[in-house]
Design a binder for this molecule. Structure first.
Ligand SMILES: N[C@@H](CCC(=O)N[C@@H](CS)C(=O)NCC(=O)O)C(=O)O
Length: 118
């Protein structure tokens, strides 16, 4: 089972590499502004998880430079569990106005990013 999952993960990564979406273009000023806004966001993810790949493709499409955190690492996994509530990736940590929100579900994360940066 582990081998099959590992193999499928590599295929997904390969296809993602070959069919990488086109990055959205912004003026340097706009991009600087978007980069500043993105600093409040962190994506907890696994490298080869298909749902994480889906969100990373959205990040690329939107040209968002969001910090990625490997949730396989023990410290990060623990943080996700204790602060987010469960170990499930992808999960977007949103730090705004002194509050922290943990957004689960790839579709909800994509929708959030689309609404925020469209
Ligand atoms: N419906 C979720 C599915 C996410 C999901 O199943 N993620 C898996 C990894 S691919 C997970 O976090 N499993 C828990 C674990 O690995 O501990 C989404 O679209 O984000």
């Amino acid at each position: 089972m582990f081998v099959i999952r590992w193999f499928l993960g590599r295929i997904i990564l390969l296809l993602n590499f070959i069919f990488a979406p086109k990055k959205r273009q912004r003026s340097p000023e706009e991009q600087t502004q978007v980069d500043a806004q993105s600093q409040s966001l962190t994506l907890f993810q696994y490298h080869a998880c298909p749902f994480c790949v889906k969100v990373r493709r959205e990040l690329r499409r939107q040209n968002l430079n969001i910090q990625l955190v490997d949730a396989k690492l023990a410290d990060n996994k623990q943080q996700l569990l204790t602060q987010g509530g469960k170990v499930q990736v992808p999960c977007l940590r949103i730090e705004e106005n002194g509050q922290t929100q943990w957004l689960y579900e790839s579709s909800a994360i994509s929708q959030y990013l689309n609404e925020k940066f469209a």
